[in-house]
Design a protein around this ligand. Structure first.
Ligand code: SF4
Ligand code: SF4
Length: 492
């Protein structure tokens, strides 16, 4: 095993108050403490897959809680990291801050050190972990196949479950992020109120007088990120038949925020699927995918959402479950990995049916759209599409089939825009830095339209584009495809 880089050692040592008095073990000693599992160099048949929880320090001398959030993680996942550092240049927080503790390699090292019992989970350590966007750009860059999401996500879940995440104390986190956003039926009345406030000029007045600065931080982010709200699209029916010969029977996953704010995108998706010969089922009992909860560390609530979706989708009678939001698609595709109980095989079956809408249509073979859209557009790779699902070519292929649409490549398209689910609310400073970086790159293309396969990224980038005084047209690629089929033009 390679030595950790000097900069990592320095980073850990720099916060000497965080480090236990126990001398840091050399990598060989660590390997001896945690036997390499079967299949890895030095591994023995039957070696334990999960590292036992190490003894923690004397409570009388330390204020940190006596729990180990890495204790349940398969320790081989830490050992996959060979400390080469190739991921650092892909990591948005490292690009912005240049601090090794805010890089993938640094965070893996921190989590592993906490798991080993060599480092306390202090607020400083938590902040480095909290600043991670879970964008998984590091997975794309890593030559060693490190599954970073399977380290940070269970680590966060364990921190939350043990009450050491720093989130559980926040009422905004409990009531709004976890109690409001995942429930479209709770969100809709508030969105109606917000729409009327916008129409009556209340929001304009608040912005003109800069009154939103008086709101608590996270509320200010919510108010400022709201786009001009249109009247919501009508409720979706439970079934839409294929146009012409039926080629597939699919279900549409509608989600939570997407259903409350972007139902017009669901309508566009259903129309495009039907036009491509798909019967579309839209189960009314389906719920949020659980990603907001899981990424906030609330694992058991996320499992409840997963199991309600398991009951809602008749998996055996579907060719695919179609998703048009990258974050939800990544979460649903991971249903088989997150929990290990009796329902795990059924969750894995559901996960195997999940297809991102671009991926599905590109594989199916698109009925060529004929409506001309003479536009210059650029496409941003949402992290949970490009990195987590590795879907990059399919959206470009679909867009290339639209007559007269000119697609210009976006510099740094693979760098996260800072939205990252609810990250833009919980880490607004970094979220803003990344959004401004994204807007600069978008403007450099000269595009009139910006296409994004994830609704929260779209809202986030649009907000900072508006704030900088630029009026570009934002949409999801499927909306453009729908317009081309219908012979409509966007209102730029
Ligand atoms: S690229 Fe992969 S192996 Fe190399 S430091 Fe990053 S996570 Fe570790
Ligand atoms: S998930 Fe994204 S922000 Fe987090 S360490 Fe990996 S590249 Fe960096």
């Amino acid at each position: 095993m390679n030595e950790p880089s000097p900069s990592l050692s320095t980073a850990a040592a720099a916060s000497s108050s965080e480090v236990r008095s126990v001398p840091a073990a050399a990598p060989e000693q660590l390997a001896a403490r945690a036997p390499a599992p079967e299949g890895l160099p030095g591994g023995k048949p039957g070696a334990a897959e999960t590292r036992p929880t190490p003894p923690l320090p004397d409570a009388a001398h330390h204020r940190e809680p006596l729990v180990n959030p890495g204790g349940g993680i398969d320790y081989r996942r830490f050992l996959d990291c060979i400390h080469c550092g190739l991921c650092t240049a892909a990591c948005p927080t490292y690009l912005e801050l240049g601090n090794e503790n805010d890089s993938p390699r640094g965070r893996i090292y921190l989590m592993r050190a906490v798991t080993d019992g060599r480092l306390h989970l202090t607020p400083e350590v938590r902040q480095h972990l909290d600043l991670c966007l879970d964008c998984r750009a590091c997975e794309t860059a890593c030559p060693s196949g490190v599954q970073y999401g399977r380290l940070i996500e269970p680590f966060r879940v364990a921190m939350e479950e043990h009450g050491i995440s720093g989130h559980t104390q926040g009422w905004f986190h409990r009531l709004v992020l976890l109690g409001l956003f995942p429930y479209p039926q709770r969100l809709q009345p508030l969105l109606r109120l917000a729409r009327w406030s916008q129409r009556l000029g209340v929001v304009w007045l608040v912005q003109a007088l800069r009154l939103s600065r008086l709101l608590p931080g996270a509320w200010r982010q919510v108010v400022e990120m709201l786009p001009p709200l249109a009247r919501p699209a009508p409720k979706l029916p439970a079934f839409v038949p294929a146009v012409g010969v039926r080629r597939r029977r699919v279900a549409l996953f509608t989600g939570c925020i997407a259903d409350a704010m972007f139902r017009h995108v669901h309508w566009a998706t259903v129309r495009v699927l039907a036009r491509n010969g798909c019967d579309v089922v839209i189960p009314p009992e389906q719920v949020c995918c659980g990603a907001i909860h899981l990424h906030s560390g609330a694992g058991s609530a996320a499992k409840d959402f997963a199991d309600r979706n398991l009951a809602a989708f008749d998996v055996k009678n579907l060719d695919a479950i179609i998703v048009n939001v990258a974050g939800c698609g990544a979460m649903l595709k991971d249903y088989g990995h997150h929990w290990h109980d009796d329902a795990q095989p059924s969750r894995a079956q559901l996960a195997a049916r999940v297809r991102d809408v671009h991926e599905f249509l590109a594989d199916l073979g698109l009925v060529p759209p004929e409506g001309k859209l003479p536009l210059v557009a650029t496409y941003h790779d949402a992290c949970h599409l490009g990195h987590a699902q590795r879907i990059r070519e399919a959206p470009r292929k679909l867009l290339a089939s639209i007559p007269e649409l000119q697609l210009r490549e976006l510099p740094e398209t693979e760098v996260c825009c800072g939205a990252a689910g609810t990250y833009n609310l919980t880490q607004p400073e970094m979220a803003q830095r990344l959004a401004e970086r994204k807007v600069r790159n978008i403007l450099s293309t000269g595009a009139q339209a910006v296409l994004v396969g994830n609704c929260t990224c779209l809202m986030h980038i649009e907000r900072f584009c508006r704030a900088a005084g630029h009026r570009l047209w934002f949409a999801q690629p499927i909306e453009l495809l729908d317009m081309s089929y219908q012979g409509r033009q966007p209102r730029l």
